[in-house]
Design a protein around this ligand. Sequence first.
Ligand SMILES: C[S@@+](CC[C@H](N)C(=O)[O-])C[C@H]1O[C@@H](n2cnc3c(N)ncnc32)[C@H](O)[C@@H]1O
Length: 279
Amino acid sequence: MANSSPDPDPYPLARDKKESDRLREQHDISIQNAGYLIFPAIVDRLPSHARIADVAAGTGVWAMDVAKSLPNAQLVAFDLSSAQFPPSAPDNVQFVVTNAKQPFPDAYHGSFDLVHIRALIAAMMSPEDWEVVMCNILQLLKPGGSVQWFEGDFGNVPCLRNNPEYMRFTALPKLLEKFRSVMGDRATTGPGNLVKAASARLENVEVDVFPTDRLPEMRARWARQAAIAMLAWAEKSSGWSAEELAQMKSGVQVDIDNGAYHRGDIYCVTGQKPHASTE
Ligand SMILES: C[S@@+](CC[C@H](N)C(=O)[O-])C[C@H]1O[C@@H](n2cnc3c(N)ncnc32)[C@H](O)[C@@H]1O
């Protein structure tokens, strides 16, 4: 399939091999930190031949792992762009280009037992967008179907020391500060808006919050993969000169090599489409 991305593309991160590899790493760490691919209460209510949607799927890494662990399930991975779709996929995974801020094609309405979303916050979600996307994914679900939506809270992301002797950060706190300032309100209000949209529309809402440094052995890996995304974003949008960017890249490397890392909270918001819903 020829790659298709909107022009201009509103998405601020890269869409290349390096970013696809980073998404794989972020997925592996996130799943190990969370302790589940699918929230246990949702697994209990999935039928044996479940239909599952992965919205804003990127490379479809979550969908592909679910397809392996639930071989009888049928998965559809939706994204605004096909640039990171894999060259091949198992028979039970289909990839579709769609904008989640617009209603999904009618053919998919009311057909899924589970809709999963992860890391849409980087797509510059306005406060209203959370409600819009929640309504659109509700249309995808059967009555009683489940939502599982992961987002990071970028409001409080301190730079910490995994090595008690490393006292002088050179770049990581500066990169984090720049990223937060450009994200503005979105950095602090994203998960809150998600919980609000879920509470207004879903039944049996549960919010599982876990820190990115829950597992000490994941700290450097988390910091490195997040730094790759923030540096790629900075290259496009920070306004830093080539020299400043080069200094930032090597400084962040030095910091992480010396045991600096950052931590944040990941929210996993789950719930069910009301059984009586006619949407
Ligand atoms: C940070 S990536 C996360 C990918 C995947 N969910 C994961 O966790 O590996 C965000 C993805 O959201 C997609 N995206 C952004 N805005 C979107 C929209 N309005 N509709 C559908 N996908 C969107 C981007 O194209 C990108 O692939």
